[in-house]
Ligand binder design. Structure first.
Ligand code: HEC
Ligand code: HEC
Length: 304
């Protein structure tokens, strides 16, 4: 089937079809996972016709054909046995228990252990997006997508967060600021805390998770940090994307915050340059995983 139908284009690489056996052409595509690739092959993408031009092929035949081509091109996927791509959304818990736990429960070959924050923090310091990409692509003894080629990127992300948060007691974490502090806002069930520390103070207290080499030289730099927690459970939220907009009316700086791992928890931060004496309006835009829209919180800060 592959030779007959798909091979018409994929053997020669017609119209830039990724050639069977061309590992370089397939690697970035394979990295999207079987679910996404099957979707593209079923619906067509650019000059790739829907169903490879053969509407009679079933979903699983397409999946097998893709798996075959990926495996002929440097991949190592397990052939789907039957049924279509799972329609049921798997929970992070079931993914971890069914697959990731094979190595991450005992820490086999140095796999960071489930629920062990000390194991996970150094990995999380890469930033969540990089960590997800790393798990998606695999490296060394860590197989691509943890060995489940049909996991979506979001499912991989969810599994990582589950392993990091596993067993965290539902008691409030140490509050970065007091409850009455203006730097705490509760929006749509999410606690949003703003922390501000000058670059000079950071240099003097290296324990806060910011690499000393990344602290900018020069006057007026502040590290702005957003910590998130679920308002009900007070479990830290570690899989959000956070953007800060900082404006004094005349100037505006916008940055995506990096994951900062310190003191047994994770927050999000970046450096901003603030002018002494100016009042700033700081808007945090928080996109939580699984939510369709970001939430926003506003803070005021006068640079001393
Ligand atoms: C008429 C030519 C043609 C045939 C037949 C064909 N393909 Fe393709 N295919 C392409 C082209 C061209 C691309 C590259 C599209 C692009 O990325 O712009 C492609 C890309 C793909 C991709 C990568 C999609 C992605 O998201 O990057 C998959 C998977 C794929 N084909 C599977 C198949 C399968 C399975 C069959 C057989 C059932 C098949 N193709 C038959 C032309 C073809
Ligand atoms: C066959 C064993 C095995 C399975 C199954 C497995 N892992 Fe891993 N994983 C490892 C090992 C070993 C490491 C440490 C490798 C290293 O960091 O070089 C690792 C590291 C990781 C890392 C850190 C990567 C980094 O760049 O720091 C993440 C994230 C991860 N695994 C996620 C997952 C997820 C999610 C699953 C389940 C879907 C999973 N793993 C399943 C063995 C496994």
């Amino acid at each position: 089937m592959v030779e007959g139908v798909c091979g018409a284009c994929h053997l020669e690489g017609k119209n830039n079809a990724p050639r069977i056996g061309d590992a370089k052409a397939w690697a970035p595509r394979a990295a999207q996972g079987l679910t996404a690739l099957t979707d593209h092959a079923l619906n067509g993408i650019r000059s790739m016709p829907a169903h490879g031009g053969s509407p009679g092929l079933s979903d699983v035949e397409i999946e097998r054909a893709i798996t075959y081509m990926v495996n002929q091109s440097g991949g190592n996927w397990v052939e789907p046995i039957g049924g279509a791509t799972p329609a049921v959304v798997r929970t992070s818990e079931s993914i971890v228990n069914g697959q990731c736990s094979k190595c991450h429960r005992t820490g086999e070959n140095g796999a960071p252990k489930i629920g062990n924050r000390e194991d996970w923090l150094p990995h999380l310091k890469k930033g969540m997006d990089k960590l997800v990409a790393s798990a998606v692509n695999g490296h060394g003894p860590m197989p691509a997508r943890g060995g489940l080629s049909d996991l979506s990127d979001d499912e991989v992300r969810g599994a990582i967060v589950y392993m990091f948060n596993y067993g965290v007691p539902a008691t409030p974490p140490p509050q970065p600021v007091s409850q009455r502090n203006p730097y705490r806002k509760v929006v749509a069930g999410t606690d949003i805390y703003l922390g501000i520390m000058s670059a000079d103070r950071l240099r003097a207290s290296p324990a806060v998770g910011v690499a000393p080499g990344s602290i900018p030289e020069g006057k007026g730099y502040y590290h702005l940090n957003i910590a998130l927690a679920d308002d009900k459970s007070q479990v830290p939220v570690t899989d959000a994307r956070v953007r800060l907009r900082v404006s004094d009316g005349m100037t505006m700086q916008t940055k995506n915050l990096e994951l900062v791992a310190a003191n047994n928890t994770v927050s999000y931060g970046a450096f901003f340059r603030l002018s002494s004496g100016n009042s700033y309006n700081i808007t945090a835009e928080v996109q939580r995983a699984g939510e369709t829209r970001p939430i926003r919180a506003n803070f005021e800060f006068r640079a001393p």
